[in-house]
Design a protein around this ligand. Structure first.
Ligand SMILES: *Cc1c(COP(=O)(O)O)cnc(C)c1O
Length: 473
């Protein structure tokens, strides 16, 4: 990572400029930078990250966003549009996750939702809701959750922030799935919720949600299903002939679901939906300060001011695609993922992790799989590196469905396997380590100082401080 990205071509701003610059000059500068960065994923060789990649769609979202970017969604008296957009987003996603099953089973329960800033936002609000609800209804003051080891790191982040104990259950190394009996053994009178993924970030596999639902209902605890990644794909998988077990509100014990509009919902970054079986859970985490000198303050979630642009653009993405559009893209992605997996399983040296869906991970019993990643990186491939065991991860998105990508993957992978065998025979160590997000360098669980230095390097380049003298860069 360069300490001064783009400093060789464009001015470095370490003071607020005294005189502003012409708009066109700024837009030209941004156009150069954006075009170069778009080139990195345009070939379809980057795992995840870019979910749509459709320039026309992005232009459309930007128009919708631009109409409302300056609007504060917190102030509804000024913008009834936000009540419409947010309400309809929640209704449409509740419908996708079969909330009708909730009221059919018990007309006294009303499902509800919350639009948040991303998958982490949805998971944090879910944990806060479970904690507050359990405190109010069960008197729990030292709460815990029980989560499979594969559940997203955001659950641990939420536990860290909200004083909840995270009880982590190992998964079966073959199936990558959690055993309901192992989860049951960790539940006690202070458990507020158990977690399942559909699918999990590391392996794209779906936890046994029906069994976890039965367990949760029997023990009187919540079951949060994390469909952040998979929701908009797996909702269509069965009708497209890629069978997956039920994971939504049709499973009686499921009490909340997180599902990211900013991933396979093809909305702009900064949007996700959290759904609750029972509105009481959502209400439990509302915040208000009615005696404040600034007036009666209340906010439905953790954010204060929120951009109306994100609500408008998320709404626009949903109504623009409709079920037909999402189904069509899910079909392309599921077919592409199956073809890429076939390229993997054609090599006896490679092993898929469990039974994946739209994204998958693979490892090798014969050599360190990072040799494969090392070989493919110069060919433009960027996988996410995983650990325990070392594996490489491909989240298949629309850029991979472009013509020629599967064929290139198949050909490059075949060469990479040959390279890995040679490297292994020569006793060589691979160059790539395993950090979420694909950072290079071998890391151990303990390297906290290294991790702090890495994040500091991201935030505190020399560029991020004002110059001490007039002659700074
Ligand atoms: C991406 C992801 C999250 C976290 O979402 P962010 O949008 O990165 O905050 C949570 N769970 C799963 C399964 C994910 O893939």
């Amino acid at each position: 990572m360069s300490e001064f990205p783009y400093a060789d071509r464009f001015p470095v701003n370490r003071r607020l400029p005294e005189q502003g610059r012409p708009r066109q000059e700024i837009l030209d500068e941004l156009a150069v930078i954006a075009a170069e960065e778009d080139d990195t994923w345009a070939g379809g060789r980057i795992s995840g990250t870019i979910y749509s990649g459709d320039a026309e769609h992005y232009a459309f979202l930007t128009q919708a966003y631009g109409r409302f970017a300056h609007v504060n969604a917190l102030q509804r008296d000024l913008c009834p549009s936000m009540t419409r957009f947010e309400g309809e987003i929640i209704a449409m996603v509740l419908d996708l996750m079969h909330a009708e099953a909730v009221t059919e089973a018990d007309p006294g329960i009303e499902p509800a939702g919350l639009v948040t800033s991303g998958g982490t936002g949805s998971i944090l609000h879910a944990l806060l809701a479970y904690r507050e609800h359990a405190r109010a209804t069960r008197g729990i003051t030292i709460p815990n959750i029980v989560k499979p080891e594969t559940a997203h790191a955001a659950f641990d982040k939420g536990c860290h922030l909200f004083g909840i104990e995270a009880r982590t259950v190992p998964v079966d190394p073959e199936t990558t799935l959690v055993s309901p009996a192992d989860v049951a053994a960790q539940i006690d009178q202070n458990t507020i919720a158990v977690i399942g993924s559909a699918g999990s970030y590391p392996y794209g596999t779906v936890d046994p949600i029906e069994a976890l639902g039965e367990l949760a209902a029997e023990r009187g605890v919540g079951l949060h299903v994390d469909a952040c990644l998979g929701g908009f794909i797996l909702a269509f998988a069965n009708e497209l002939g890629h069978p997956v077990a039920l994971f939504d509100f049709r499973v009686p014990g499921v009490t909340s679901i997180s599902i990211d509009t900013h991933k396979y919902g093809y909305a702009p970054k900064g949007s996700s939906v959290l759904l609750f079986r029972d509105k009481a859970l959502r209400t439990a985490q509302y915040f208000h300060l009615v005696g404040w000198s600034g007036g009666k303050y209340m906010s439905p979630g953790m954010d204060g001011s929120r951009s109306g642009g994100l609500l408008a653009a998320t709404w626009a993405a949903l109504v623009q695609y409709g079920r037909e559009g999402y189904r069509r893209h899910a079909a392309e992605i599921l077919t592409t993922a199956a073809a890429m997996r076939a390229a993997v399983t054609a090599h006896p040296e490679l092993r898929l992790m469990g039974r994946p869906t739209f994204c998958f991970s693979f490892t090798s019993n014969d050599f360190d799989i990072y040799h494969v990643a090392d070989f493919m990186r110069p060919h433009g491939w960027r996988f996410n590196g995983q650990q325990y065991p070392n594996a490489i991860h491909m989240a298949v998105t629309r850029p991979q469905t472009r013509p020629g990508v599967v064929a290139a993957f198949t050909a490059d992978l075949a060469e990479a396997v040959g390279y890995a065998r040679q490297q292994h025979a020569a006793g060589a160590h691979p160059q790539l380590g395993a950090v979420y997000g694909g950072v290079e360098g071998g890391l151990t669980r303990e390297s906290e100082a290294f991790i702090a230095a890495f994040m500091n390097a991201m935030l505190d380049t020399q560029q991020s401080l004002p110059p001490v003298t007039e002659t700074g860069p």
